[in-house]
Design a binder for this molecule. Structure first.
Ligand SMILES: [Zn+2]
Length: 257
């Protein structure tokens, strides 16, 4: 498994830095800002060898070209991305080896059409999922459909419960406020709000989450739960007969929450 360190960027982004023991090599996920990465490399005496891109948005790719030029780091990313700085183009089910660790690529369109995730199968599995799955939330549908995002959610649910979830944004408390509106009587959500509030007050990230936790608190993975279905129907003012319809109603509700 990787040692994973957050490099905070902008208001609420984390650029995840991946290292393995006894090596100066480091890979970064979604470096929107080259300066904070360069400072991190200097402070920790590390050498940037690889960049992983999940999707084309500027706050995920803004630092890629500069870092690639300065460090000759390999750039991995989606083959169908409108972002032009990718040297290793990846498609669904591809595998890449990084510092002796084997990562599996899964296409998870929805937030954008080029969105991919990186998954490391291990005793402690690790998932780097960009703006697709958040703690207690999911990304907005800028380019894809509810069908596509629902399929991505089904993939995340299929991963082992112990999987660590590294998403890009510190949106946890806002997401949990919405989760509590959907399921006011879910004690796991109440506990997560307490835990995340304490972490934020201490200046700590609330991430990573785990798939086990997300299955308990994330409304966008819980469309099979009766309470979630009822809340989504109440928002839609109509009965919802499919998981996708429930998911779409939740996403629409969250957009205006
Ligand atoms: Zn994005």
């Amino acid at each position: 498994m990787f040692n994973v360190t957050p490099i905070p960027a902008f208001n609420d982004n984390y650029i995840w830095a991946l290292t393995v023991p006894n090596s100066q090599a480091v890979a970064v996920v979604d470096p929107g800002d080259a300066d904070v990465v360069n400072r991190y490399l200097k402070d920790n005496n590390l050498q940037l060898t690889a960049i992983l891109v999940t999707h084309h948005h500027d706050d995920h790719t803004g630092g890629v070209n500069q870092l690639h030029l300065e460090h000759a780091a390999e750039v991995y990313g989606p083959a169908n991305s409108p972002f032009e700085g990718i040297s290793h183009k990846l498609v669904n089910d591809d595998q890449i080896e990084l510092m002796g660790q084997l990562l599996t690529i899964h296409a998870v369109p929805g937030h954008t059409l080029d969105h991919i995730s990186y998954y490391l199968a291990n005793t402690t599995p690790q998932l780097f999922c960009g703006d697709t799955l958040f703690l207690a939330g999911c990304g907005r549908l800028f380019e894809g459909s509810p069908e596509q995002m629902h399929e991505a959610m089904e993939y995340f649910k299929s991963l082992p419960d112990t999987t660590e979830v590294y998403c890009t944004h510190e949106y946890s408390l806002a997401n949990l406020a919405f989760a509590a509106a959907v399921e006011p009587t879910n004690p796991q959500i109440t506990a997560a709000i307490e835990r995340c509030t304490q972490q934020r007050e201490a200046g700590l990230p609330t991430l990573p989450s785990t798939i086990a936790t997300e299955k308990q608190i994330n409304p966008f993975l819980r469309y099979n739960e009766t309470t979630v279905k009822q809340s989504a129907e109440q928002f839609a003012h109509s009965p919802l007969s499919s998981e996708i319809a429930i998911f779409a109603s939740l996403r629409q509700w969250k957009n205006q929450f």
